[in-house]
Design a protein around this ligand. Structure first.
Ligand code: NAP
Length: 298
């Protein structure tokens, strides 16, 4: 029997509605309107699409959205000047610098320049450290936090389960492990993190009650790598050629969806799985930041 389909799209829609209601409440009770600034340097088409989606979602939730688009030849110092301005702008509670940045701009320097209290992407070392130390006030990075919410809201509480994460990036794998190891709701899992140097990856993957895949390899995970009944979360987004389609490509995940669905207890699709959850989490982090600013100022 095919596994349950976990629709990130539907779960994310629910979160976006909750955020919208809380934004209205915050405005009513304090006059504060949450503000999100997105900073895009250059003209990478995928980045333009992502930033556009984030801004539209923010506006729909009643969040003030400001997009700053800078030319590809922008210098690191100029970019740092913009970040400085946003750090001290009282209308802005969240700053997102779209990655990757053009060559010649040091990503670490830019991410470290964002005020950690406005770092709604959760990439500032202060927030990375807080998350690793299990401090609640941290802004968790949007994709792994979205995965955690998705598990909880689809009835797959990771507590006590063995979660295996494929991939150890700073954006997904590592923070995912910290979240699942946490003591709060959505945590308390036993966690294994695997990567390109892991020996016998299929055997490690088969240990998972919950298998989270973030490696960036199209349809890498096949049915023989999945324990029957496991919950499979596919973070991957890969373009593969599809000459018969209008765009000439289609999006696939890191999991061979059709065959893995046959053995999995539950599985997320691509698209419509983790992607929408990432955006919903960005909105809730921005709201969380605005609430904290309102409390500090009030
Ligand atoms: P990344 O920085 O490239 O990291 C990939 C990780 O996968 C690395 O740890 C790498 O191991 C591991 N890996 C690569 N090939 C492997 C293999 N054959 N066997 C085992 N491990 C392997 O990627 P990322 O930024 O985490 O992104 C991963 C995927 O998620 C991409 O498809 C990306 O587009 C997608 N993504 C989606 C969202 C969303 O919102 N849906 C958000 C972020 C990322 P080593 O460390 O040993 O090199």
């Amino acid at each position: 029997m095919a596994g349950q389909l976990i629709s990130g799209k539907e779960i994310a829609q629910g979160i976006r509605e909750e955020v919208r209601e809380r934004v209205t409440d915050l405005r009513g009770s304090t006059g504060v309107v949450p503000g999100l600034a997105t900073v895009l340097v250059g003209e990478d088409p995928a980045s333009q699409t992502y930033v556009g989606m984030k801004n539209r979602a923010a506006e729909e939730a009643g969040i003030l959205s400001r997009q700053i688009t800078l030319p590809v030849e922008t210098s690191e110092d100029e970019l740092l000047g913009w970040i400085d301005g946003l750090n001290s702008d009282p209308e802005i509670h969240g700053i997102l610098v779209q990655l990757p940045l053009p060559d010649g701009i040091r990503e670490e320097r830019v991410l470290e320049a964002v005020d950690p209290r406005k770092d709604v992407d959760g990439f500032h070392p202060v927030n990375v450290g807080r998350l690793a130390a299990g401090v609640k006030e941290a802004f968790p990075p949007c994709t792994p936090k979205g995965v955690m919410e998705m598990l909880l809201r689809s009835g797959h509480d990771p507590a006590g389960k063995h979660a295996v994460i494929l991939g150890r990036s700073n954006i997904v794998g590592r923070p995912m492990a910290s979240l699942l190891l946490g003591r709060g709701p959505g945590g308390n899992a036993t966690v294994t993190v695997a990567h390109s140097r892991t020996q016998d990856l299929p055997a490690v993957a088969r240990l998972a009650d919950i298998l989270i895949v973030a490696i960036g390899r199209p349809e890498f995970v096949t049915r023989d790598m999945v324990r029957p009944g496991a919950v499979v979360i596919d973070v991957g987004v890969n373009r593969v050629e599809a000459p018969d389609t209008e765009k000439g490509y289609r999006l696939v995940g890191d999991v061979a969806f059709d065959e893995v669905r046959e053995v999995a207890g539950a599985i997320t699709p691509v698209p419509g799985g983790v992607g929408p959850m990432t955006i919903a989490t960005l909105l809730s982090n921005t709201l969380k930041s605005a609430e904290a600013w309102a409390e500090r100022d009030g």
